[in-house]
Design a protein around this ligand. Sequence first.
Ligand SMILES: [Zn+2]
Length: 159
Amino acid sequence: LAASDCPFCRRLTLLADLPAGEVVWSFPRAVALLGPWQFYHGSCLLVCRRHATELSQLDDAVRRAYLDEMCLLARAVELAVQPHKLNYELLGNQVPHLHWHLFPRSASDPDVLHPVWLALDRAENDDELRRRLQTGPEGRPATAARLRHHLTALGAPVA
Ligand SMILES: [Zn+2]
């Protein structure tokens, strides 16, 4: 996949057009976006600024900084929503541009023993389930603001 055809590369150039609150944090090496599935309250995507498909393609310093940013975002998610467990996923099967998924998991989720993708797959053909998984306990701007509050308190670096 060429960078010019990459949906994440395109999104990174159009961040200013996103609705307020969708960009959680602008790190030096990555951009944190509020995830679409806020049933997993506080879930985020952390999109690497560099178009690369594997961590091994990043220079050591860039990779370390990107991983540090991911851990800072994870800490902020933990502080913001106090999950039963946090899931970290770096897949790239559908969009091969480095992006972490952080999914906070709730003990009351009936699928808590499984990765979120099983429920998300079911939601593709189930409008009601899809709406339920897209909806968090508060508005998206409020969740993003809460994450930003913790990132600020943690001294997260800003690009
Ligand atoms: Zn890309």
